[in-house]
Design a protein around this ligand. Structure first.
Ligand code: MIC
Ligand code: SF4
Length: 643
């Protein structure tokens, strides 16, 4: 029987287990990527491993998130990251060089390789045929140390593309359609493998837009086959040697096939506050818009910005709209400057932002109160823009421009003839924004500013635990709810005691105070708990506050792994109906929990307040994960000789 593409790449990297969906496997990791907001923790953890050098083929440390330097914290962290990279054999992409995923695709992605990145949009490089997976910083630190990455073998879903996109219908509309079909939890435990005759018509940046937003499906990763378009892209990047032809065998099998006829697609838009809340743009009438943002790791490639410029050319942004444009990388920035496209964007009245995540993560450009923002980004979770009551819509750059010009959500097909974009034949390749590691690492001193607080460690699991339900939340809780980002909180990423004050603060401003007063406790949640980002701070900071158990109906993949890594027991209601019986403030008792974690498939919970008993499942935990939780997290486990 033939293999699909994901199986082929995974089998080349398999170090343990059988590739049967749901079975535990371990894979060798060739490349790692970190960004600054998760990187400081990842490198503190790497340092704690006591190694001289990374053991991967390639590791890159990017600075793209914490770019506003309103005070000393971010600049201090950048210096720390630069010195760590120089010392431990890691390439360092300087602030200003671009958004990690865009730069990685351009300069480092290699078809057929595996990558682990401390950012949930790491699968962007799946556009070039990599198996690129997002994970918590600690997992990435372990991978840099040469350790394999453990996961459950995902099911492989095939999205079969046929036909060709019509003018003004884009790659963004393809992934929005996939989100409409599969929803934000439809990809959990799955790899999305694209195929079919429609693939050939998509450029690499277009494929990367699609694999990037596979993160919004909750998927482990997404991957495209490679072909002549891949070769062209690599040759454009003067890296044609990295090309390798990769495709599924003709008789490959998939757990499900989703067919999308590109001819039938039309411009789509995700409404507040979820990327799967998708509707046709034409159906939204009279939605006035205050802000439009083009950029982010999902839509900031050269062609995205060239089309933005062409559509804006000679026109003016509506007086009621503030429009921002963010080039994804220094390469894109220089190219739009050289071609004159930048001038057209500026002339139309858009505001230009440096190559970074920027508004996507609430690092500036928060909309006004109650504001409507249309963005070419990938997430529109509540509060993420920096404004609690803002309404964020997600759409293609083309739809963004239509909104910017009309002052309201508008069908881009009304903009006239689709402009012809001609990419330059060659592009200036200048890697001066990427610093190679030092040739004399022994001489490099690590620079640690006062913003970097020591890493807190958890205690081993007690024999029995009691505590209060400190918070009860609903379905699809995102890590942006648990550990908000934004310009105020992000600079505290290297300081767990300080950042822990913001846990759940947009949901319940007293949460952190209450957790401290009660000496920790439990969290109860619904389905798809912890979707969204890879930030391990959403587990690490609750751990610091004494959270011992998170009981939910189901988990998102990366957050589940992060809870385990920090020694918090992630348990699932055996009877989802029990969720309704538990109330916030209830006192729970989990007797003999340590023995149960070590040996059983379930744990018993006694609700002292409601006088009830519930059963929580823990059979999703592997033996290794159980030992990690009992040890009080992966760092304790590794220190005591576990691997
Ligand atoms: C995001 O898009 O939410 C982030 C910010 O890039 C996160 C990482 C982080 O929180 O630092 C992600 O996607 O993993
Ligand atoms: Fe940055 Fe936004 Fe991409 Fe996250 S989703 S890496 S914040 S651009």
């Amino acid at each position: 029987m033939g293999m699909n593409l994901a199986e082929k790449i995974l089998s080349e990297h398999l170090t343990a287990g059988k590739m049967i969906p749901g079975e535990d496997i371990a894979i060798k990791i060739d490349q790692t990527l970190t960004q600054d907001a998760t990187g400081t923790m990842a490198y503190l953890q790497f340092e704690a491993l006591g190694l001289k050098k990374v053991k991967t083929e390639l590791s890159v440390s990017y600075v793209d998130h914490n770019m506003l330097q309103a005070s000393f914290e971010n600049a201090d962290d950048h210096q720390y990251l630069q010195s760590v990279a120089a010392k431990y054999g890691i390439y360092f992409s300087r602030p200003g060089n671009g958004i990690c995923h865009q730069v990685h695709l351009e300069r480092f992605g290699v078809p057929g390789k595996t990558m682990l990145g401390s950012d949930s949009h790491t699968p962007t490089s799946g556009g070039i045929g990599m198996i690129a997976i997002g994970a918590g910083g600690l997992d990435v630190a372990v991978a840099m140390g040469g350790g394999p990455f453990y996961m459950k073998m995902p099911e492989i879903i095939n999205v079969r593309l046929t036909g060709k996109l019509k003018p003004f219908v884009t790659a963004k509309d393809i992934i929005l359609e996939v989100l409409r079909i599969l929803t934000v939890k439809g990809g959990v435990g799955k790899i999305i493998e694209y195929g079919g005759p429609g693939v050939a018509s998509l450029s690499i940046p277009e494929r990367a837009t699609i694999t990037n937003m596979g993160a919004e499906l909750g998927a482990t990763t997404s991957v495209f086959p490679t072909d002549e378009r891949t070769r062209e892209y690599l040759s454009f990047q003067k890296r044609v040697k990295a090309y390798r032809k990769l495709e599924a065998d003709p008789d490959a099998r998939y757990s499900r096939i989703v067919e999308i006829d590109l001819n039938k697609l039309e411009p789509l838009i995700a409404r507040p506050h979820s990327p799967d809340n998708v509707i046709e743009v034409r159906k939204l009438k009279n939605v006035a818009v205050n802000q439009v943002c083009v950029g982010s790791c999902t839509n900031s490639s050269l062609s995205d910005l060239l089309v933005t410029a062409k559509l804006l050319k000679g026109k003016r942004v509506h007086p009621g709209v503030s429009m921002t444009v963010t080039p994804g990388s220094k390469q894109v920035f220089e190219a739009i400057a050289a071609s004159g496209a930048l001038t057209e964007i500026i002339a139309a009245g858009a505001r230009i932002i440096e190559s970074a995540c920027g508004p996507c993560i609430g690092m500036g450009q928060a909309p006004g109160s109650g504001g409507v923002s249309v963005r070419s980004f990938n997430r529109n979770f509540p509060g993420r823009s920096g404004t609690k009551d803002a309404n964020v819509y997600l759409a293609s750059p083309e739809t963004c421009v239509a909104a910017a010009l009309a002052g309201k959500i508008a069908d881009p097909r009304k903009l006239g003839k689709y402009p012809r974009i001609v990419l330059p034949k060659t592009i200036k390749i200048d890697d001066s924004g990427i610093l190679p590691p030092s040739k004399t690492p022994a001489k490099v001193e690590i620079k640690r500013g006062p913003n970097i607080a020591p890493l807190p460690l958890n205690k081993p699991m007690a024999d029995s635990i009691t505590g209060e339900v400190l918070l009860k939340v609903g379905d699809n809780i995102t890590t942006d709810h648990i550990m908000p980002a934004g310009a105020k909180v992000l600079p505290l990423r290297s300081n767990i005691p300080k950042i822990s004050e913001f846990v759940y603060y947009l949901v319940d401003a007293d949460f952190s105070k209450r957790a401290k007063e009660k000496g920790g406790g439990f969290i109860v949640g619904g389905d798809n708990y912890g979707q969204g980002s890879s930030r391990e701070h959403a587990a690490l900071a609750p751990m610091y506050l004494g959270i011992k158990l998170v009981a939910v109906k189901s988990f998102a993949r990366i957050h589940l792994a992060n809870l385990i890594n920090f020694g918090i027991l992630p348990a699932i209601f055996a009877d989802p109906g029990d969720y309704d019986k538990i109330g916030q403030g209830d006192r729970l008792e989990l007797p003999d929990i340590k023995v149960a974690i070590a040996k059983k498939k379930t744990v018993e919970v006694f609700n002292k307040t409601g006088n009830q008993k519930y059963i929580l499942k823990i059979d999703h935990l592997t033996e290794r994960q159980r030992t990690i939780i009992i040890a009080g997290g992966l760092l304790n486990y590794t220190r005591s000789g576990g691997n």
